[in-house]
Design a protein around this ligand. Structure first.
Ligand code: PEP
Ligand code: MN
Length: 350
């Protein structure tokens, strides 16, 4: 970290500030660099990540500071150069191209079974569906709860495909993990740190959506909660290594036309900076059925390992999010062309 001291701060004051910081963080090496207009403190070493920037900013005489290291590292290639591959059933997320598809909300059993079979026939590898739905207004349909989880598990069993569903609160983790193979943290909960902490302790993979207004660093900061975990009895941190990042669109500057804007730049950045599997959700990322396939294919071109898509054999009958739900024919096309693009993308990654 480079700490810039205010104009006119003397060398003695700079030494005093250095000693104050060293007193709090004894592991740090701190050099003083006296320039023509400003004096700088150079805080060296990876202990920088432990420094509270709030604390440094509050010291009298400090004008500003510039971190050199990101305040997270476990999600970065710096600490794990190879791509992380998460094995769920026979599916290898982060290696082969995968599409997770199904309705927004889990539907009643016969409907869900038919969707699940259709998803499998279309080449989908994982069945999605929400039992606990985060809704903006309490009057909206909020999901079938445990009954939905049972149906989802049955659909997974009947097709032989793994399942993914959202967990909205730490108190639901045990129940949801009993039925589903992958737990999803929704966009609204991507900075629910108690939920993330609790999910760092489970042995099932977690898909972390990027909140609609989250910066890249904040998204990776949330992933760090899952990866870092908490201290065990020996004082070592143990986290959940099976984390995937999911870009699902940011607030649109044109909400009348687009519910959200799928941020393909964030997909490119996530692929380049992080070793974690990157998934894109073109359904929530657009909000409009006619945009979903093209947006999904753009995300594959940008480097996504997979897609999370809302699909139904009859989208008009979907309990929720019908306007952004594609039919099974469109899903089949998305999978087929997505696979070709994924192969091409891999070639140019080499
Ligand atoms: C969902 O996938 O059903 C969902 C609610 O997504 P998001 O959290 O991205 O809005
Ligand atoms: Mn939805």
């Amino acid at each position: 970290m480079v700490v810039v001291l205010k104009y006119g701060v003397s060398l003695e004051d700079a030494q005093r500030i250095r000693d104050t910081i060293k007193g709090k963080y004894p592991g740090l090496e701190i050099d003083i660099s006296v320039g023509e207009e400003r004096t700088l403190l150079l805080l060296k070493g990876s202990a920088e990540r432990m420094i509270s920037s709030d604390y440094v900013a509050g010291i009298e005489g400090v004008e500003t500071y510039h971190p050199v290291l990101k305040p997270y590292k476990l999600g970065l290639r710096e600490s794990h150069p190879q791509d992380t591959v998460i094995k769920v059933g026979n599916v290898k997320i982060g290696s082969e191209f995968i599409v997770m598809a199904g309705p927004c909300s889990i539907e009643e059993k016969t409907v869900m079974m038919e969707i699940a079979r259709g998803v499998k026939d279309a080449g989908g590898k994982i069945i999605r569906g929400g039992a606990f739905k985060p809704r903006t207004f309490p009057s909206d349909f909020r999901g079938l709860g445990e009954e939905g989880l049972v149906t989802l598990a049955e659909a997974g069993y009947a097709t032989g495909l793994p399942t993914i569903t959202e967990v909205m609160d730490a108190s639901q983790i045990e129940l949801v993990a009993r039925y589903a193979d992958i737990l999803q943290v929704g966009a609204r909960n991507s900075q629910n740190f108690t939920l993330l902490d609790a999910l760092s302790r489970i042995d099932k993979p977690v898909l972390l959506k990027r909140g609609a207004a989250l910066t890249f660093d904040e998204w990776l900061g949330s992933a760090e909660y899952l990866l870092l975990g908490s201290r065990n009895d020996n004082g070592e941190y143990v986290g959940n290594p099976n984390v995937m990042l999911c870009e699902r669109g940011v607030k649109s500057s044109d909400p009348n036309t687009f519910r959200n804007t799928l941020d393909v730049i964030a997909v490119i950045e996530a692929r380049s900076k992080s070793h974690l599997p990157v998934i894109a959700d073109p359904s929530h990322g657009t909000g409009k059925r006619h945009l979903v396939v093209d947006a999904g294919l753009s995300a594959v071109t940008a480097g996504a390992h997979g897609l999370l898509v809302e699909a139904h054999y009859n989208p008009s009958k979907a309990k929720t999010d019908g306007a952004q739900t594609i039919d099974l024919k469109a899903l089949e096309k998305l999978v087929r062309i997505g696979e070709d693009l994924y192969r091409l993308r891999r070639e140019w990654d080499l």
